[in-house]
Ligand binder design. Sequence first.
Ligand SMILES: *Cc1c(COP(=O)(O)O)cnc(C)c1O
Length: 644
Amino acid sequence: MKDSTLFGKDKLERWTIEDSADVYGIRNWGSGYFDISEDGQVEVIPDPNAPDKKIRVLDVISGIRARGREMPVLLRIENILDSQIAHLHTSFQKAIDDFRYQGAFRGVYPIKVNQQMEVVEEVTQFGRQYHHGLEAGSKAELIAALSFLTDPEACLICNGYKDEEFVDLALWATKMGLNCFLVVEMPEELELIMRRAEALDTRPNLGVRIKLASRAGGHWTESGGDRSIFGLNTTQVVALVDRLKETEMLDCLKLLHYHLGSQIPNIRDIRSAVLEACRIYAGLSEEGAAMGYLDLGGGLAVDYDGSHTNFASSRNYSIDEYCADIIETVMGVMDDQELAHPTIVTESGRATVAYYSMLLFNILDVGRLEPQPFLDEVSEETPDVIISLMEVLQGLTLKNIQECFNDAIYYRDEVRQRFKHGELNLRERSMAENIFWHIIHTIARKVKHLKRVPKELEGIEEALADIYYANFSVFQSLPDAWAIGHLFPTMPMHRLNEMPTRHGVIADITCDCDGKLDRFIDPHGVRNTLPLHELRENEEYYLGVFLVGAYQETLGDLHNLFGDTNVVSIRMQPDGTVDYVKEVSGDSVADVLEYVEYNPRGMLNRFRRTAEAAIRNGQITVEERYRIMQAYENGLQGYTYFER
Ligand SMILES: *Cc1c(COP(=O)(O)O)cnc(C)c1O
């Protein structure tokens, strides 16, 4: 709907970037990394310590296109990854200093959150100054970790199911001087580890994962609690201690681990879990275990909607508060029990990588549910049901709005029934439906002036939202948005000094009705439409989805055979210039077809035969065959997304 009083602003009042900042909340969720320039463009501040050095996203898009790459593009800003690692460590260090905590902090990055080599490489290289380590949850992740981690002071935490090969690699790593922990996740693993340690003539660094009684709210919290898949309950922990005593290996047990789940929005849950874990840690010390490390897992949340609340897409604490609460709680228990302060380990994945990637795409078209001007006049022959609809439209006032709505629905259904029975023709049905949409639009305009909106009319504006067709696949690039209704901040990359006069939802280019974004962040919950601008003739309209660095990249699938997008990594140099450090081509059509067992060469051959047959039948010429084959081959080599 066209709406000149959108956001309470009159058309004549000037729309400013401050208004856009409010509407899209960029300063609330942007964590200092994203803002809007004076001329209405999204800009990135890769290093919050140098806030005057900014990169305009539109400039980067031009740079990408000039290098011959098409939208959609996953843009990674490497400096942000560095900044997030630094932020976590400086926050913990500050808390350690403030409370005079005697132990150290060691962060580890859980590879599963974004397994891209670039990430693991950057985490280990930049993180080295902080002894930032890695967490591996599978054999493949351990093998990846071992190819980058060389710092003997960093932790290498091995979680997950472990076979003999996995255990052996971890034991060799320990023997080579890495601070590698084998975390017992299931009681049976201990025997395997003991057997292999003996065979390799080494002593393992053992950890134990526990199930906490503490649970947390939010999407991803099944990892905690009695019913969580992984971890030992207290009875099993005691049995483990007994077995280690028996074999004189209690000195190998050094680490206690738990993982409450990802994206814990409420600081209370974090504190209560730490407290419970500390008590178990103290119990293990009392039993005579060596201990020294307390690994609190992941869970540090990202404030996706910027509301700073305990809503699932947010968190009601800052990183500083998270660190301070942990240090204070651990210190309280340890001092109480007269135990040395342990090295605190956290496995923050989401908070480390979410900010550094964004998905960029262009809008291809807009669909509107807008009525057409009346073309057909009412005449003698016009069926009475259409006349009735017309009368509803003409008699519509603020007072009878609800009644008119009900009547319109009634007559529209009547029209459809009669059409089915052959009593109305196609043209008559079309005329009726058009009048119906005029009524709905008029109601939607008037509803805003009502003090109390009738329940049935509450969603009417949303039902009339435009559909912005966007050049990407939700299933490939934002799998959590589809699978678990995860909310990511989404907004235009430019024109932010113009009032967004439309309400839209975003449909991707898969032909799946679930391939859409129709839930958006809002400071007061969730909204079902996004304020957007009208498309302009011959001008691209670019949108971005932010904070997609965690979990999205490798969960994606090949729905409708839309493949990996192009990926571009940039890094801002100290002088503020931008380096295009890496470019990875997205999948070609041939690539995705090969994933599903097609053989492009065989396909070409078969298609060539079809073309030859067409020549024989006189349907195409030899020259046309040449052009047809070229089009087919180009198609195979091309990008799976819409190319202009
Ligand atoms: C997934 C996972 C993490 C990462 O959690 P975030 O909430 O992303 O920080 C950490 N530890 C373990 C054991 C995990 O399974």
